[in-house]
Design a protein around this ligand. Structure first.
Ligand SMILES: NC(=O)c1ccc[n+]([C@@H]2O[C@H](COP(=O)([O-])OP(=O)(O)OC[C@H]3O[C@@H](n4cnc5c(N)ncnc54)[C@H](OP(=O)(O)O)[C@@H]3O)[C@@H](O)[C@H]2O)c1
Length: 329
C-alpha cells in the first residue's frame, strides 16, 4: 500500500471510513460482519481508520476499539468530538469543557491511551474556533491526542485555528460531485502543510454506479433526505454516469476506483477515506491506489462530473446551516 503523510503520521494512501458500519446508511451490517471488515482492512494494508463519537452514538468507536484494540500499534486512529447525540438529536457543542469530556469518553470507548488524530467534528457557531482548538491543544500537551484536525471548515477558520495550534488535517467532503474545497480550502491547506482527508469520496455511493434507485434505501438511510439523491436531481445525476463509465473503461478500472484515483491525483496531501460494509468493495477500493491516471484523463474526468454538471445541493438547508465551508455563488 502506498503511504501519505498527515502531520507527523504516516498513513495508507486510502483509509477506511468506519461510519457506515454503525451509522448514517442502511441496512447496517451485523457486529460480526463489521468486525470482519475492520480486520480485513488492517490485513489488506489500511493504516488509517476514521471514526467519531457521533457514529452510532459511541457504538462505532466501541466497535473499532473492541475489534482492533489488540493491534493498536499497527494503525493510525482518527476520531472526532464536538458533535454528538443529546436527547435524541444531533447536537454541536464545541465548548472547551465539552471537548475535554468528549475526548476522555472516546478514549475509554476506543480502549486506548491516545487518539492519533482528533478532529473537531463541526465548528460551533457559539464558540470561537480559538477556544475549541485551545482545548484540543491541551489534549495534545496532556498526551491524549497526537495531532489535531477540523471537519467541515472554511479556509478562514483553518487559518484562525492554525494560529493557535498546527492543524494536521482538515476533513471535508471532497469528490467529483462536491468540489467546494477547490474554492479556497485546498490552497489554505497547501500554505500551512495541512492534509485534506476527503470524506464521502465515492459521493456516498453515487460514483460507484451500484446505486440505481435511492428511493429503495430503507430508513434511516440519510441519503433519502439529501437533495441530489431525490427527484428531480437523481435522474439528472444518473445520466452523468454514462460518460463517466466510459472514462473508467478507458482508465482500465472500475468507477469506484476512478473516483478515488482522481482524488489521489489532485494532490499528494489528499487522503480519501471511502466507507463500505462489503469485503469485495473494500478490496476494489484499495486497488485504486495502484491506478495511475494520465494528466489528460484526470482533467476529462474532472470536467465530466463537476459543479456545473451535477444537479442539486449536497444538503437540505437545515443541515447546510451547520456547515462552515465556502460555497459556490
Ligand atoms: N466528517 C464528516 O462530517 C463526515 C461526513 C460523512 C462521512 N465521513 C467519513 O467519510 C467516510 C466515507 O464516507 P461515506 O461512507 O459517507 O461515503 P462514500 O465512501 O463516498 O460511499 C459509501 C457508499 O458507497 C458504497 N460503496 C463503497 N465502495 C463501493 C464499491 N466499490 N462499489 C459499490 N459501492 C461501494 C457503500 O456501500 P457498501 O457498504 O455496499 O459498499 C456506501 O453506500 C465515513 O465512513 C466517515 O468516516 C465524515
Amino acid at each position: 500500500m502506498h503511504t501519505r503523510r498527515i502531520g507527523s503520521l504516516e498513513v495508507s494512501a486510502i483509509g477506511l471510513g468506519c461510519m457506515s458500519l454503525s451509522h448514517a446508511y442502511a441496512p447496517r451490517p451485523s457486529p460480526e460482519t463489521a468486525a470482519a471488515l475492520l480486520r480485513a482492512a488492517l490485513d489488506a494494508g489500511v493504516t488509517l481508520f476514521d471514526t467519531a463519537m457521533l457514529y452510532g452514538n459511541g457504538a462505532n468507536e466501541a466497535l473499532v476499539g473492541r475489534t482492533l484494540g489488540a493491534e493498536r500499534s499497527r494503525f493510525v486512529l482518527a476520531s472526532k468530538g464536538g458533535m454528538g447525540i443529546v436527547d435524541g438529536r444531533r447536537t454541536i457543542d464545541a465548548r472547551p469543557q465539552t471537548i475535554r469530556q468528549n475526548c476522555d469518553e472516546s478514549l475509554a470507548r476506543l480502549g486506548t491511551d491516545v487518539i492519533d488524530l482528533y478532529y473537531l467534528h463541526r465548528l460551533d457557531a457559539k464558540v470561537p474556533i480559538e477556544d475549541s482548538v485551545g482545548a484540543m491543544a491541551e489534549l495534545v500537551h496532556a498526551g491524549k491526542v497526537r495531532e489535531i484536525g477540523l471537519s467541515e471548515v472554511s479556509a478562514a477558520t483553518l487559518r484562525r485555528a492554525h494560529a493557535v495550534h498546527p492543524i494536521a488535517a482538515v476533513q471535508n467532503e471532497y469528490s467529483l460531485w462536491t468540489r467546494n474545497v477547490e474554492i479556497a480550502l485546498l490552497a489554505a491547506c497547501r500554505e500551512r502543510g495541512t492534509s485534506l482527508v476527503a470524506f464521502s469520496p465515492l459521493a456516498r455511493g453515487f460514483l460507484t454506479g451500484a446505486l440505481r434507485d435511492p428511493s429503495t434505501l430503507p430508513p434511516p438511510d440519510i441519503r433519502r433526505e439529501m437533495p441530489r439523491f431525490g427527484p428531480p436531481h437523481w435522474e439528472a445525476n444518473l445520466r452523468l454516469l454514462v460518460p463517466y463509465r466510459r472514462l473508467a473503461d478507458e482508465a482500465g478500472c472500475t468507477m469506484a476506483q476512478l473516483a478515488l484515483a482522481w482524488l489521489l491525483a489532485q494532490d499528494e496531501a489528499i487522503v480519501p477515506i471511502p466507507g463500505t460494509t462489503s469485503l469485495a468493495h473494500l478490496h476494489e477500493n484499495l486497488g485504486a491506489a495502484d491506478v495511475a491516471l494520465p494528466a489528460d484523463l484526470v482533467a476529462r474526468v474532472g470536467a465530466t462530473i463537476d459543479r456545473r454538471t451535477v444537479s442539486g445541493p449536497r444538503y437540505a438547508p437545515e443541515r447546510q446551516a451547520d456547515i462552515d465551508t465556502e460555497d459556490f455563488e
